[in-house]
Every structure is written in C-alpha cells, then in structure tokens.
Design a protein around this ligand. Structure first.
Ligand code: PMP
Length: 433
C-alpha cells in the first residue's frame, strides 16, 4: 500500500476529479453508515462527508420530509414568507436560547455572514470603521473557503501558504510576510504575536492594548480540521469573560461540531458559555440539502438587514423541511447521548487494542469526533498508508498529517463501530515495515 489506492476507475472519472483523496473510491450509494462503491464493495464510513451525515446517509425520516416538500414547492425566497422557515427559526432559536437566525447555503457563508454582522456591530456600537475592525481567531483554526473566511483561517496556511486567501482590503501581507499586520486572523495586530488556541496570555494582552478596535473573537469550540483539538476546561469561559469585559463579540463556529457530533447538541454546551453568535452548517439538514445558519442574540443580529444577508436560495422550504426532520431525530432519538456513549466506547476500544506507537488519542476529541495521532517515526507508519489499507479492508477514515480522524454517522451500530476500529488498529500494525 503506497498511500493512494485507486479502488475503482470509471471511464477516467477518477483521473479527472479535481481533488484527490488518499483513496479514490467511486461512491455509488450509501445507507446509514455504509457506503457502497460502483463495484458493489461496501465500506463502513468513518468520515461522514466531513461530519455531515450525523443522522446516517439517507435517513428515512429526512428523506420522507424532503420528498413530501419537493412535491409541494421547492423554493420560496425572500420576496415571500415561507412558513417552514418560520417554524425552523422559531424552533432552533428556542432550543438553544437565542433570538434570531439568518440562513445561507454553506458553512463558509454562515461564517462570512458572521463577519458582516460583527463588522457592522462594531461600527454601530464602537464607532470602528468596518474595514478597520479586527476579527481575531487562533492558530490552527479553519473557518471556510471563501476569501474572507480563508483570511480568518490558519490551518490552510500551515500547509499551503497562498496569497489568494487574503482579503486585500485588510491584509496587505500576512503571517511571516511581515510588513503590515492583518486585522483579521490569528495574529495580534498590535504585537504580531500568535494567538494560540487554548492559551489566554496573548489574547488578554491584545484585548488590553486594543480592545476598542476588536469587533469579535471567533473560535471553533473543538477544532475540527486541526484534528479535533479540545481546549482545557475553563478556557472558553475565560475567553467569554474577556470578550464581555472589552465589549468584543464572542463567536462560535459550530459548523463542524454541531448537532450531536461531540456528544452535545452544540459543543459549547460542554462549557459554561453562551456565545453572541453561532455559525452552523453541515449536519443541519442531515446532508440532504444545503443550508447553513447564523444564529444570535437580538442586540447583535438586529444590526444587519435582510437585504444585506439573504440570498436567492436562502431558507429553501426543502432545506427547512430537512432541518426540521433532523431536529426531530436529534431530540427523539437522543443522538447527542448516543454520540457521547459511542465516543466512550471508541476511546476504550482504542485503549485496549492500539499499539504503543499510537502517540495520542485521549483528550483528542469528544463524542464521535476523535483523532488518533500516529508516531510516524516508525518505519512505514503513515496516516496515508493506514488510510489506504483500511479502505482496501472496507473502512473509510479521514486522514491529516500523521493523524487519523474518526467521525462516523452518529447512528452507527455499536458492533460496526467496534469492527471498524479493530480493522483500523490492525492496519496500523500491518503497515509497519
Ligand atoms: N467552519 C468550520 C469549522 C468547518 O469545519 C467548515 C468546513 N469544513 C467550514 C466552516 C466551512 O463550511 P463549508 O465547507 O460548508 O463552506
């Protein structure tokens, strides 16, 4: 196994895909936690299309809601009122104790909308020119793929430093390029110091020096792309206290961690905090139809008008039907409790089976959102090779630099969870040369 396996090839299809992954499995269909390729081979899926399929692929309850809605009407846009949108808005804000939402199509757009809202809020409330307002993040963060959200992100910069990712109005140069410090992202614009995820000193210093310029601090409560990194207990609360003290908005990006993924309905609920704004996406419709959500308190959300934030396809009734059915499942099937319980089983099984050169997995993730760090100094042990071998043996896992990431559908049966992790651990042993 040399790191990339071409499991199926369909008329040159795999050669033409823009992005290649460590396996080139040509997927035909899927049900719950099982994915089937075009040759009929079945895989246990530990990726969930990047933490989207929380309720399983083609969950019958969501399919039914979507099919019924498609037959009624597929789009009601902002010129009219869509009753399903009203129902969804009412339900999700009440559930999480917020006041209002706006909806978009992708997680990136939800974060992008948060950027617009906090900039306008800072203009209205702190008299800061929106173009000058600072939006701070931390190292290793990921907030999306649009120009503005990439400007906030740091995890992409780790591997591929490209000037494409910068919002030119605020970033003339960035990170190691030196001359002008960015107003958005993980560096303190006043000192150039890196704001490390989970550490308070640089953040506190930046707030104290220049709190009047800062519109918001944005964070993933558990970092996703960086490999399910959890900050120490009390960190998020301390961050929130700093934000309150300096009149800075506290924004949580729950695009990846939301809807039971981490064993809580939203990941911030594990800590004693309540952000001003929350960005949601991915699992909000169970992977059935694109929709993302920006949810917040009234004093923040009310600064922006519908005309500044709503697009043609925002709040489609089909997406709302899927999102309402997803909330039913989350609540009635106690999906977050299940994620927590299965997450503990996953950790315990790794503890029992994994070889000593698995460097780290305890404390790397929560619920069914976990990472296993490999000691790649062992000959032959690389995440790519483990991922490729696991695919050949029927398990799809996420990989990052020396890391394996596990985020199966939260509806995966216990026996298949244990079966998959047993196969993965055996693959770690077998790739060693
Ligand atoms: N924020 C976080 C934390 C994410 O993990 C992602 C997607 N991986 C995004 C934002 C962007 O979401 P999308 O890909 O739907 O635009």
């Amino acid at each position: 196994v040399e790191g990339i396996v071409n499991i199926n090839t369909v008329d040159g299809l795999t050669k033409n895909t823009l992005l290649t992954y460590f396996t080139q499995v040509v997927i035909d269909k899927a049900e719950n936690h099982l994915v089937t390729d075009v040759d009929g081979r079945q895989y246990i899926d530990f990726i969930s299309q990047m933490a989207v399929m929380n309720y399983g692929y083609s969950n019958p309850r969501i399919v039914k809601a979507v099919v019924e809605q498609v037959q009624k009407i597929t789009l009601v846009n902002t010129a009219f009122i869509n009753p399903l949108y009203a129902q969804f808005a009412d339900r999700i804000t009440k559930k999480f104790g917020f006041d209002s939402i706006a909806t978009m199509l992708s997680g990136s757009e939800a974060v992008e909308s948060a950027i617009k809202v906090v900039r306008k809020w800072a203009y209205v409330n702190k008299g800061v020119d929106p173009d000058e307002a600072w939006i701070l993040t931390t190292d290793h963060c990921y907030h999306g793929i649009t120009l503005a959200t990439m400007s906030l992100s740091n995890v992409v910069a780790d591997s591929e430093r490209t000037p494409v990712r910068f919002m030119q109005s605020v970033l003339i140069s960035s990170l190691d390029f030196g001359k002008h410090l960015p107003h958005v992202g993980p560096l303190s614009p006043s000192t150039g110091k890196l704001i490390a995820f989970g550490e308070l000193d640089v953040l506190r210093e930046t707030f104290e020096l220049d709190g009047h310029m800062i519109a918001a601090f944005m964070i993933e409560p558990i970092q996703g792309l960086a490999g399910t990194r959890i900050p120490h207990k009390g960190y998020l609360r301390a961050v929130q206290d700093l934000c309150h003290k300096h009149n800075v908005l506290f924004v949580c990006d729950e695009v990846q961690t939301g809807f039971g993924r981490t064993g809580f309905d939203l990941a911030f609920q594990a800590e004693d905090v309540k952000p001003d704004l929350v960005a949601l996406g991915k699992a909000v419709t169970g992977g059935m139809y694109p929709m993302s959500v920006l949810m917040g308190k009234a004093h923040v959300m009310d600064v922006i008008s519908k005309y500044e934030i709503a697009g043609t396809y925002s709040a489609s009734p089909v997406a709302c039907a899927a999102a309402l059915a997803s909330l039913d499942i989350l609540e009635e099937e106690k999906i977050s409790d299940r994620s927590q319980r299965l997450g503990e089983l996953l950790t315990k099984t790794i503890d029992e089976l994994a070889p000593p050169y698995v460097l780290d997995h305890r404390g790397r993730g929560r619920g069914l959102f976990q990472t296993l760090v490999l000691d790649e100094s062992k000959p032959g042990v690389t995440a790519r090779r483990v991922g490729a071998l696991a695919a050949l043996r029927g398990v799809l896992i996420g990989i990052g630099a020396n890391r394996l990431r596990f985020s199966p559908p939260l509806t995966i049966p216990e026996d298949d969870l244990v079966k998959a992790i047993t196969i993965i651990v055996q693959c770690i042993k077998d790739v060693e040369k």
